[in-house]
Design a protein around this ligand. Structure first.
Ligand SMILES: [Zn+2]
Length: 144
C-alpha cells in the first residue's frame, strides 16, 4: 500500500542507515532506550540536532544526550516518486517528513498512518521508534 491512501511503515527489507561517530550514537541510544535523545548543551541548555561536537549557541564543548518529549509538529516534507531502494517501490509515492520537536530541534523521519495529501505544516505528531537492530531505530511520525 502506498502513502497516497494513507500508509504505514517503511518496508522491512529496506537498506538501513550505516552511521558513524556521533550519528551512530544517536541511532544506538534510540534503539537501546526506546526514546529519541538529542544533544543538549551542559552550559546553556540549548538542544541541538544533528549531532555535533560543540554548541552553536555558546560554543561549549560540554554536552549530554537528553531524552525528548517525542512530540512535535510537521515543519516540512518532500514526496518521493522514484525509489532508490527497490524495497520502497510498492510504497511510492511516499513522504519524508521534517518535524520540529518540542525541544526546538528538527528531525527527519517517515510518515506513518496518514495519507500524504493530509500532510499540513504544523500538524501535531508523535515520534514512534521502529527498532531494526541493536544499533538502529528508525524514526516514524504518527499524527496525534
Ligand atoms: Zn551552549
Amino acid at each position: 500500500m502506498n502513502q497516497r491512501e494513507g500508509h504505514s511503515l517503511p518496508p522491512r527489507d529496506r537498506i538501513l542507515p550505516n552511521p558513524s561517530g556521533l550519528n551512530a550514537e544517536f541511532y544506538r541510544i534510540a534503539a537501546e532506550t526506546g526514546t529519541l535523545n538529542v544533544q543538549r548543551c551542559n552550559d546553556c541548555g540549548v538542544y541541538r540536532h544533528p549531532p555535533r561536537f560543540s554548541c552553536a549557541h555558546c560554543g561549549s564543548g560540554a554536552w549530554s544526550w537528553s531524552p525528548t518529549s517525542m512530540r512535535g509538529v510537521v515543519w516540512s516534507w518532500t514526496i518521493t516518486h522514484r525509489a532508490i531502494d527497490p524495497a520502497f517501490a510498492e510504497q511510492l509515492p511516499y513522504a519524508v517528513v521534517v518535524v520540529e520537536l518540542e525541544e526546538g530541534v528538527r528531525v527527519v523521519g517517515n510518515l506513518a498512518g496518514l495519507a500524504i495529501l493530509e500532510l499540513r505544516i504544523g500538524l501535531e505528531v508523535n515520534v514512534s521508534l521502529d527498532l531494526r537492530s541493536d544499533n538502529i531505530a528508525l524514526i516514524d511520525f504518527i499524527p496525534r
